[in-house]
Design a protein around this ligand. Sequence first.
Ligand code: CP
Length: 302
Amino acid sequence: MKHLLSTADLDAATATEILDIATEMANVSGREIKKLPTLRGRTVVNLFYEDSTRTRISFEAAAKRLSADVINFSAKGSSVEKGESLKDTAWTLQAMGADAVVIRHPASGAPHRLADWVTGSVLNAGDGTHEHPTQALLDAYTMRSRMGRIDGLHVAIVGDVLHSRVARSNVLLLNTLGAKVTLVGPPTLVPTDLNASVQVAYDLDAVLPQADVVMMLRVQKERMTDSYFPSAREYSRRYGLDGARLRRMPAHAIVMHPGPMNRGMEITPEVADSPRSTIVEQVTNGVSVRMACLYLLLGGAR
Ligand code: CP
């Protein structure tokens, strides 16, 4: 595997291998020696055209724990603001010897174009409304570590599915790994054209008692026009996860959210901060999973 662009490119064996390597990485990180020499002498560039907290920092931490050199590039304050194209930016990074480029971009498909222009590996850290494969992998890792398996789980993905690259990558990966997925949200925010096997539901209260995992999504106000969206109060009333709804879920079921959260909109603080929530765990697991991805793509050998 040279690039990680989409979870559609991962078969069950490869996805499981990434999760298994991530488990090994987590064991290393948990011990006294926190750094591996695996990527010494290699350079990882974080190329971010959109804001990020979790993904950018955890890719940086992951690369550093593997002893790689890391260059952080933010479009804000760079020559992108003078009009430099993605292609010219890519060539500039190539000239500086990037072995891997981690890219987040507002345009769906930008990482795929980048992969044609650079000789190193490209990792998609979120492209428009298209995909966010490492988020889906860390979500799968979290499900497996909490529930002991992924095959046969019923995962409800709730909220603004239409604009969610997290949802798209999760649907594809969970299909591959044998989970059953139900998409839940207002009809205007749940696409029906996903090229994957999912159920669609509009009544959250009917789905909750049957779910093993409830993955809440951020309402992406920045990506929608007013016509798509009910009022915030109406949205919370019908699709927000609060304490009463949490108590209707099976006792073993967990609550996930990729972050950042709109507390009080799609999830209440009572639920986000409850022991049933894996939100902080997901962030921790993100470092090990991204270490596994860099390890698998860059391989350690020059
Ligand atoms: N989940 C996620 O992608 O978060 P960031 O936008 O903070 O990276």
